[in-house]
Design a protein around this ligand. Structure first.
Ligand SMILES: Cc1cc2nc3c(=O)[nH]c(=O)nc-3n(C[C@H](O)[C@H](O)[C@H](O)COP(=O)(O)OP(=O)(O)OC[C@H]3O[C@@H](n4cnc5c(N)ncnc54)[C@H](O)[C@@H]3O)c2cc1C
Length: 560
């Protein structure tokens, strides 16, 4: 059985409170009387700026002058896992830099990174079939699976290092060992899974994977799969004992706490509205304070901007005017989970089980039955069921999608849409599906599942990247991964896309730093090696090092 945290022991809060994403958070809450919410620094308001037309228009609209909020070395937009990770990492590399993080909501980690808004999988390609696509001639490609696993090992190493430095609190608050399984039925799928297993098994990163078609063996791994199942069903599963469930929302809050303790400034209820590139290579960033104080607009000068605004990153990079963002668009996909908190059912399900996607389904909508721990409470989630909403954030605006349409991205977005009509049909079907219909998908996993044990909850928004196909100005593609876009000589960067997102946030942070600070890399390398022992190497090529590092990180993160 997976070693999962006991919610009763940790005093998990009530369901009603946990289903809300707006709970009181002492750690991250800010002064609502107009204080800055930052640690050790109050907002400087040095009067009206007459600098630009933008100042003037904002002054008219925003009710008052644009206050000058000083300068910083690095400005992070968004209080999710991405900026929290980048902020803490930069503090280790450059302790003297002044780093500021702005979040539009009243707490950090409440959008896609919140535990209720994502599936909490530590994506390492141990169970997700979309990382091992099969070509028409029947060849299975495992390259992507190895790449994702390598990236997750980087996250594990960095989190383990932070934990040994006392910078992450109690690791069992956010990570739990939870076996990862893949479940298929039918001759064809069983044959595929077996061939996939045989390709992965010789690789050191997957050598602990097991495979079985035997019902009694699989029942031992995941008893819930057999509730009402026909004993003649042809099924197969792979099983990886050392998979993980991660509460990325709690991890984000721990990282933000560490960031503040390390001298970082965090300002909540502040929304970035615009950016201007200055002749001296710095940026002026305009901020709207989302409260009732007299001066609601301010501006800050900074040498480097990172935009980790989740789905809103596209909008902000467009506002920056960098040419590199031309041709990019974003297609928002919303989602829903079925949640079960009936303890009789929850205790029978200790694993994360991924299945096979329906025709037309986007890869991240592959159904999965997940043992989860959110805010310290054990439960089972099923989904996500995909849907459509034009907002780019769960708490976004209905105008988000149209606000990003530009002459340079309309054709690539239209052609990408036409090429993915099966996705549109799939989304329409999912949108129209009743709770009974949703229950049918769940019954593939648990044949005698009962509706009364499951509640529907809304997941986070994902904004899939649509972009030009190569050099074409009109042809577009829909992309399901993530992409870092940077511009103006590396003085600005942002993360577009959603999946595998949080699991690879550490590697994304490293990539952003390598891309934007090439002159610093030599100086930073020893520190990188301390924080991430495999830095610059592939574990896949070094089986001994891989085994040692995986064992060490599992011990420190308490996921053996
Ligand atoms: C349904 C679903 C399932 C998922 N499952 C998984 C999974 O199993 N494993 C995994 O690794 N990943 C998963 N992901 C992806 C993962 O959740 C995201 O990639 C990750 O959380 C993104 O983190 P972020 O910090 O970039 O964005 P977010 O967490 O969305 O944070 C962005 C922040 O920026 C703020 N912001 C936006 N605009 C502004 C502005 N103008 N000014 C100031 N602040 C702003 C927002 O309020 C928000 O707090 C899933 C996502 C979804 C939606």
């Amino acid at each position: 059985m997976a070693e999962r945290r006991n919610s009763q022991a940790t005093g998990g809060p009530m369901l009603e409170r946990r289903l809300s994403t707006d709970k009181m958070d002492v750690l991250n809450s800010r002064d609502h009387s107009g204080g800055s919410g930052s640690v050790g620094q109050s907002t400087q308001k040095t009067g009206i700026s007459c600098g630009s037309c933008f100042d003037f228009i904002q002054g008219l609209q925003g009710g008052g002058p644009v206050a000058d909020d000083g300068e910083c070395d690095v400005l992070l937009i968004g209080g999710g896992i991405m900026c929290a990770s980048l902020g803490v990492m930069l503090q280790q590399l450059e302790p003297s830099w002044k780093i500021r993080l702005y979040e539009r909501l009243s707490q950090c980690g409440e959008e896609a990174s919140n535990g209720w808004n994502n599936a909490g999988t530590g994506h390492a390609a141990l169970c997700e079939l979309n990382y091992t696509p099969e070509s028409k001639d029947g060849k299975i490609n495992i390259t992507k699976a190895i790449d994702i696993n390598e990236k997750f090992q980087v996250s594990r190493q960095w989190w383990a290092w932070l934990a040994t430095q006392g910078k992450l609190g109690d690791v069992t608050d956010f990570i739990a060992r939870t076996p990862h399984m893949t479940f298929v039925h039918g001759e064809k799928n069983v044959d595929f899974l077996k061939r996939r297993y045989e390709l992965l098994k010789p690789n050191v990163l997957f050598e602990d994977m097991e495979y079985s078609e035997d019902h009694s063996k699989i029942r031992g791994w995941a008893p819930l799969l057999f509730e009402g199942r026909d004993p003649r069903d042809k099924i197969a599963c792979t099983f990886y004992h050392g998979g993980t469930d991660v509460d990325y929302g709690t991890l984000t809050k721990h990282l933000i706490h560490s960031f503040i303790k390390g001298g970082g400034q965090v300002r909540m209820n502040y929304e970035i509205t615009n950016l201007e590139y200055n002749a001296d290579g710095t940026w002026t960033v305009y901020i709207w304070k989302r409260d009732l104080s007299a001066s609601r607009m301010s501006k800050v000068r900074t040498k480097f901007v990172f935009c980790g605004a989740g789905g809103a990153t596209l909008q902000i990079l467009q506002k920056s005017g960098i040419p590199e963002i031309q041709g990019f668009g974003g297609f928002p996909i919303s989602g829903e989970f079925l949640v079960c908190q009936n303890s009789d059912i929850v205790k029978k399900h200790p694993a994360k089980i991924y299945g096979k996607a329906a025709v037309g389904a986007p890869p991240m909508s592959v159904p999965h039955l997940d043992a989860r721990v959110i805010d310290g409470k054990e439960m089972v989630l099923f989904g996500p069921y995909a849907g459509f909403s034009p907002t780019y954030l769960k708490q976004g605006r209905y105008t988000d999608l149209v606000s990003t349409l530009r002459p340079h991205n309309i054709l690539p977005m239209a052609t990408a849409g036409l090429k993915n009509l099966d996705l549109t049909v799939y989304l329409m079907k999912e949108l129209a599906a009743s709770k009974e219909k949703k229950l049918e998908a769940l019954k593939e996993f648990i044949p005698n599942a009962r509706g009364e044990d499951w509640t529907i909850c809304t997941a986070g928004q994902r904004v899939q990247v649509m972009k030009r196909n190569g050099a074409s100005t009109w042809d577009g593609i829909l992309q399901f991964g993530t992409e870092v876009v940077s511009g103006q000589n590396g003085s600005i960067a942002g993360l577009l896309g959603a999946s595998p997102g949080a699991s690879v946030s550490v590697m994304v942070a490293v990539d952003v730093l390598l891309k934007c600070f090439p002159d610093k890399i030599n100086g930073w390398t020893p520190k990188f090696r301390t924080m991430i022992p495999s830095f610059g190497q592939q574990l896949n090529d070094n089986p001994e090092m891989a085994r040692r590092i995986m064992e060490q990180t599992a011990r420190i993160l308490r996921i053996q």
